[in-house]
Ligand binder design. Structure first.
Ligand code: 4AD
Ligand code: MG
Length: 476
């Protein structure tokens, strides 16, 4: 008999039909009630076994064991569920020793402990919910762009260009470590390497996406990116996923509108399709909050917070305004910021979080950053000091989006590259977009894990990616 997903059984009031369910035991009470979970949804289906069930089989119904159960869906007599399964036959697919099953050894395993057993943490309610939401967000991202006629462009993972300057890169090479071929000046001879040049893992697909936008009009990328920054924070990964739309003929205001519509759309989509998971995560977060001192508790529940994002425009301010707000803040006057504030600084995460969490209490888009702290490709504003950059800051996370209108004027771009010591001769392929029918264009990058953190309320970015890669950690 084909398998029926527990989600479909629980979603309907229908009773008195026969199904086969397959999944993993969550609990077994009174030698009679099996709670089976198959990952299709948060909830388990209760299967009630008959008294004549084979004793050897009953001994094997332990948490973690996998079972195939055939029975009749009936109205449940017990509380907590509308329907349950009256078991007719059970097959043990895979036994699980409860004395050794890691998820059974600790009463309430911590998120940190679960990270060490990332191969099993999918089977917990929390991670089940997180990764179902992550899936939905990924799907909604493709749907958003597809519905708007964007072309999904696959940009390379191995790249010979490191001009983005977004962070330290991971080198890709097949040269021997102990005795690499050398040039006369003793530098390593990358002509002998696999690609005949020095190559790295990409930090962003933007530059290649720009080439696509110059032909398709609107494109987006959605792929893994890599940064070898040694930042051991709750918001940084060495391998993370990024969505980068790039649109010809858009200016910085169009870019902000697109980013706002996009973020609102995918959050709304998850609220509509993963409500049960989000309600569970909201309760989890509220419980976690109760453990914290009063002044550190969130003012809003998770679902409430997402509703605020759905129903309010993001605040839009310039970098100069942001600096003024910080300088005028009681926080600054009481010297509570660790890093000093003055025009020209790169906003630290404490500054970003003050703006969104204390001052505006909603997402904020900051534009017009000083050119010296931003990438070479950002369009120079007429003031000669700032560029048409935009960062979107979110409560609880800080920066979730970084983007800009691009410098489409060849002369200006070349001059900026020279000032920033970026070798133009390695970037001819990029500069050609400005030579052959250049147009104003703009784009941005949304950090996928950061938005998953925002939507699920998970405090640590390691808990929203199936297999996190961070400094000194590449398990599995
Ligand atoms: O601000 P970033 O560096 O922007 C770019 O890479 C541009 N090329 C994007 C574009 O204009 N097409 O990175 C974009 C976003 C950040 O806002 C942040 O959300 C995320 O990527 N991000 C990280 N997420 C997790 N771990 C890291 N180490 C991250 N670094 C950046
Ligand atoms: Mg950035």
């Amino acid at each position: 008999m084909p398998r029926t997903r527990i989600k479909d059984i629980l979603a309907s009031d229908k009773t008195d039909y026969t199904v086969t369910i397959k999944g993993w035991v969550r609990s077994f009470r009174n030698n009679q009630f099996i709670a089976l979970n198959d990952g299709s949804c948060l909830n388990n289906l209760q299967a009630v076994i008959t008294l004549d069930t084979d004793e050897a089989l009953v001994r094997n119904i332990n948490p973690g064991a996998s079972l195939s159960i055939t029975g009749t869906v009936v109205a449940s007599l017990g509380k907590g569920q509308k329907v349950e399964l009256k078991t007719e036959s059970i097959e043990l697919l895979g036994a699980c020793d409860p004395e050794k099953y890691p998820l059974q050894l600790k009463n309430k395993p911590s998120l940190e402990y679960l990270r060490e057993i990332a191969h099993l943490r999918f089977r917990t309610n929390t991670f089940g919910a997180v990764f179902r939401v992550r899936h939905t967000l990924a799907y909604a991202i493709h749907k958003f762009y597809n519905d708007r006629g964007f072309v999904y462009l696959h940009t390379p993972i191995v790249t010979g260009s490191d001009a983005e300057g977004a962070g330290e890169m991971f080198r890709v090479t097949t040269l021997p470590f102990d005795n690499p071929p050398r040039n006369e000046d003793n530098s390593i001879d990358y002509k002998e390497d696999f690609f005949g040049k020095s190559t790295n893992l990409t930090v962003s697909g933007q530059l290649e996406a720009e080439l696509g936008a110059m032909a398709f009009g609107e494109v987006y990328t959605f792929g893994p990116t890599f940064r070898a920054e040694n930042s051991n924070t709750a918001r940084h990964l060495a391998e993370f996923w990024m969505i980068e739309p790039e649109v010809a003929f858009n200016d910085i205001n169009d870019n902000m509108d697109l980013a706002e519509d996009f973020i609102r759309y995918i959050i709304g989509y998850a609220m509509e399709h993963n409500r049960e998971d989000l309600d569970f995560l909201a309760t989890r977060l509220a419980d976690e909050d109760k453990q914290k001192p009063m002044n550190e508790r969130s003012e809003m529940g998770l679902v409430e917070k997402l509703d605020v994002v759905l129903n309010n425009k993001f605040e839009r301010i310039t970098y100069t305004e942001a600096i003024d707000i910080l300088l005028q803040s009681p926080h600054y006057k009481k010297k509570k910021f660790q890093y000093d504030v003055s025009w020209g600084i790169d906003l630290q995460s404490e500054h970003e979080r003050y703006l969104v969490e204390k001052h505006f209490k909603k997402p904020v888009i900051v534009t017009g950053y000083p050119k010296d702290i931003k990438a070479f490709y950002m369009r120079q504003n007429d003031d000669g000091k700032t560029v048409a950059a935009m960062d979107i800051l979110a409560p609880g996370i800080g920066e979730i989006v970084g983007g800009s209108q691009r410098e489409e004027r060849l002369e200006k771009l070349l001059q900026r590259m020279e000032e920033m010591h970026i070798p133009a001769h390695e970037m001819e392929w990029y500069l050609d977009t400005r030579r052959f029918g250049t147009v104003p264009h703009a784009g941005f990058g949304l950090g996928f894990e950061r938005i998953v953190q925002f939507v699920t309320g998970m405090g640590n970015i390691r808990d929203v990616i199936p297999f996190p890669r961070t400094p000194k950690n590449a398990e599995f």
